[in-house]
Design a protein around this ligand. Sequence first.
Ligand SMILES: [Zn+2]
Ligand SMILES: [Zn+2]
Length: 362
Amino acid sequence: MTSYFNGLVLREAGARPAVSELRLPEVGPGQVRVKVRAAGVCHSDLSMVNGTIRPSYPLVLGHEAAGEVVEVGEHVTRAAVGDHVVLNWQPACRNCWFCDQGEPWLCSTSSGVASLENGVTLDGVPVHVALGLGAFADQVVAPENAVIPVPTALAFETAALLSCGVLTGAGAVRNTADVQAGESVAVIGLGGVGLSVVAAARAAGASDVIAVDVSEAKKGLAEAAGATDFVVSSDALSKDIRGRTSGRGADHAFECVGRAATIRAAWRATRRGGKVTVVGMGSNDDLMSLSALDVFSSARTLRSSVYGSADFDIEIPRLADDVLTGKLSLDHLITDRIALPDVPDAFDRMARGEGARSVVSL
Ligand SMILES: [Zn+2]
Ligand SMILES: [Zn+2]
């Protein structure tokens, strides 16, 4: 049965995305059709619009989403019709070397896919879907390993955030950096991911959570997420953070911007022997230098966190449970509730550094 759906389509990099009617492929063996109920506007979507990431066009944007399974193909065992699910844009094959090592977030078959062909326009032109999903749409057809069932008590808009921004931020705290109770944490960059780092650090029992952004307007959001201190970024940032951590520097710094200058600031804001975790995705030509003596004598660890260093199939249900039991609060993350045609305006707000997450209700 051919099904039609509305999706937010980007014709080319730099264009203004617009809602179009499209035709979805039929659900094949091992695939599911999901009615999308909520989708968050993530920075990676903006990167596809402004050309930082180069997928194929025309492209249905969106990848941070949750919905309800409405059809399952042959041999599907993970989900049934009626299940509420979170969509995973980087499903693991469970067969490659990395998956065998227990590092499915580095799965060699799924990483680096910006878009896949899936569906056609009404006049028959093939359509691509962002990160294998294309979730700014009322329906998605995806492989079954791209859906993770969650309790029906979890609100769809919260479930959507878990799938990308929250998993990335909370995973960086829990898995990559392994923040312990009583440790001090600095978080640079307070978008949806940075605010998730703040909330997860607080939930982990961090004594000090120093939140940093270029915009003073993020102060209220930072405090709502659990920050103990808020600092407007400046050239004296590292010195400021050391001043708030007995002159030593923080036990952990999380860089959630993706720029060499802020990675370096995070490095310098961390104590000797501390951990610097890079969560932001930067560009290939933005180089950072550290002296050989500094690397040796500071005894710091510099590590990146890809998709929260998380096994999504384990971590997503765990995060859902933490939200439902009140251990992790994400209420502060949603600053705008919007409809599909409003997504381009949400990109404009994101580019200006305003708000936290905009979530599309479908
Ligand atoms: Zn994302
Ligand atoms: Zn794999």
